[in-house]
Design a protein around this ligand. Structure first.
Ligand code: NI
Length: 169
């Protein structure tokens, strides 16, 4: 169990599409580390590339809502189908202090392996569907700033430039 460093906007790991996991030897430890890190920073979702790992896995815990009562793990997942649309204000551990309105599918069919490596193709709705799409975006190298309006970019210009400059080696 260990809390890892969460990389922020401007870090190259956030822009590289993640590779499917094919060696599951250390998966239990990785899952524990990801939950430890997510809880430490009060997140509700965390993708592996946010801790600098190019692996197609994310964890979610929205058990504070009534939609879902337990933490969830999604390995090698992808969206099979999306329907409807909804817009919600989203934040991200890799973009502290920033909120962006993002349009998402209101319902998705997601194919993935769970924490026991059991395969699922399941429909998700509501807030959980939004969180899954946010985390799946991470694995595809996409961030909420990619949905930002010119007004958002203006508002957060300073914060984004600061984050970017702190990630330049
Ligand atoms: Ni995020």
């Amino acid at each position: 169990m260990a809390v890892k460093k969460v990389v922020t906007f401007g870090h190259p790991a956030l822009r590289v599409p993640s590779k499917n996991i094919d060696n599951f030897n250390d998966i239990r430890e990785l899952i524990d580390d990801m939950f430890d890190t997510m809880y430490e920073f009060d997140g509700i979702g965390l993708a592996a590339n946010q801790i600098g790992l190019n692996k197609r896995i994310f964890v979610v815990d929205i058990s504070h809502t009534e939609e879902c009562d337990s933490p969830m793990v999604f390995i090698n997942g992808h969206i099979k189908k999306g329907e409807g649309s909804c817009v919600d204000s989203e934040g991200c551990l890799s973009l502290p202090e920033i909120r962006i309105n993002v349009e998402r599918y209101s319902s998705i069919t997601y194919q993935y392996l769970d924490h026991n490596l059991k395969a699922h193709t399941k429909e998700f709705n509501g807030f959980l569907a939004t969180v899954i799409q946010h985390e799946n975006d991470h694995l595809d190298g996409k961030l909420i700033t990619d949905y930002a309006t010119p007004a958002d970019l203006l508002k957060y210009d300073k914060a984004l430039k600061l984050m970017k400059s702190s990630n330049v080696k």
